[in-house]
Write a protein that binds this ligand. Structure first.
Ligand SMILES: [Mn+2]
Length: 357
């Protein structure tokens, strides 16, 4: 595996490449052109400049998170083919720059959802928190303004104001899209992009839905081992793979993460590894990475990744906000650096333990 950190670009991130470079064992960043709207055809010169900036710091671009998918593609609207053309063109330009991993999600309207971005823990740190009973009390517009007001002034991925300005319109286009239709639309999209992925060996890595169930009545289709297997078998190509996000899949405690990892051998192209603490069904917080701080066995997760020969990028995903840091919720430097160090430690212990057998 290759340890990486997500980085939103110089204009958007409170964390610098120089800081990331100093985290032991971090080799690259997972980045994006953060101002690109879903459906836009990315500019080749900007991709090249982004790559140059990252490489000048001694890091590599280990992948893109995300190239977002336009809602016309997800909802299967007549104009989807034009947006798929743009997506293919963007992949072509990424491939020409040697960028071979793209993370994306197929959630309608919203990206990830949380009811609180700064829940205070007993140690004084703050974390992202989800409580379904809180979500049930509000409508999507209210949730957007709550999230926006707690973003510490940062634009949050998936919660761009441009997207949220059209929220009613977006809900309307999904009126007749059920889970089956959404899945068909995903397959249609994947079949269309596979030739360009094959040409440049670009690994597409779908991110699971977060949380792993329907929110605000919108269909969600990437929520479990079964749904991930269905997706990779529907378009059975090595470029069609998965971002194994422990926090998203793990929002449903019935998902057995190590078992899911083992069943996806060869098709996990990217991993997000973090811990959650469950409070009750439908309610969890994002704990520190350490196994005993949350409800997940992080050793068992890393061991499963090791056992399937996972050699792709991994990132500590989110972190708590600690030591007074002011950053985008979930994306501060300090706790993600601790997370990276811990995951690297687990990996070294597993490697040496296996070598000594
Ligand atoms: Mn994730």
């Amino acid at each position: 595996m290759k340890m990486t950190l997500r980085w939103f670009g110089e204009s958007y991130d409170s964390v610098s490449l120089a800081q990331i470079r100093q985290i032991p064992g971090v080799q690259g960043v997972i980045t994006t052109l953060y101002d690109m709207q879903a459906g836009e055809d990315w500019d080749a010169a900007r991709i090249a400049a982004m790559k140059q900036t990252v490489e000048a710091s001694g890091l590599e671009v280990s992948g893109i998170e995300s190239v977002n998918i336009h809602d016309a593609i997800k909802a299967g609207l007549p104009e989807r083919d034009q947006y798929i053309e743009n997506y293919i063109s963007t992949l072509e330009k990424l491939g020409q720059q040697g960028i071979q991993l793209v993370c994306y999600n197929f959630m309608p309207v919203f990206d990830w959802t949380r009811s609180d971005l700064a829940k205070v823990r007993s140690d004084g740190s703050t974390v992202l928190f989800y409580d379904q009973t809180e979500i049930d009390k509000i409508n999507p517009e209210t949730m957007f303004s709550q999230i926006d007001s707690k973003s510490n002034g940062f634009m949050l991925p998936g919660w761009e104001p441009e997207r949220m300005a059209k929220i009613r319109e977006l809900f309307a286009i999904y009126q007749h899209v059920d889970a089956e239709k959404l899945f068909e639309n995903l397959v249609y999209f994947l079949k269309a992009i596979m030739p360009v992925c094959e040409k440049y060996e670009i690994r597409m890595a779908i991110h699971p839905d977060d949380p792993a169930w329907s929110v605000f009545g919108l269909p969600r289709i990437i929520t479990s081992k079964e749904s991930l297997l269905r997706m990779i078998h529907a378009v059975d190509h090595p470029c069609n793979g998965v971002t194994l996000c422990t926090g998203s899949l793990g929002s449903n405690p019935e998902n057995d993460i190590p078992d899911t990892i083992r069943s996806l051998k060869g098709r996990i192209h990217f991993a997000h590894v973090r811990n959650l603490k469950y409070h009750r069904p439908g309610c969890f917080e994002e704990a520190a990475h350490l196994s005993r701080d949350g409800s997940m066995d992080m050793y068992a997760i890393m061991k499963a990744l090791y056992d399937i020969g996972f050699d792709g990028p991994i990132r500590p995903d989110h972190g708590r906000m600690i030591w007074g840091e002011k950053a985008m919720p979930g994306y501060g430097l300090y706790d993600r650096a601790l997370g990276a160090a811990y995951l690297n430690g687990l990996w070294e212990a597993i490697e040496k333990g296996e070598a000594g057998k």
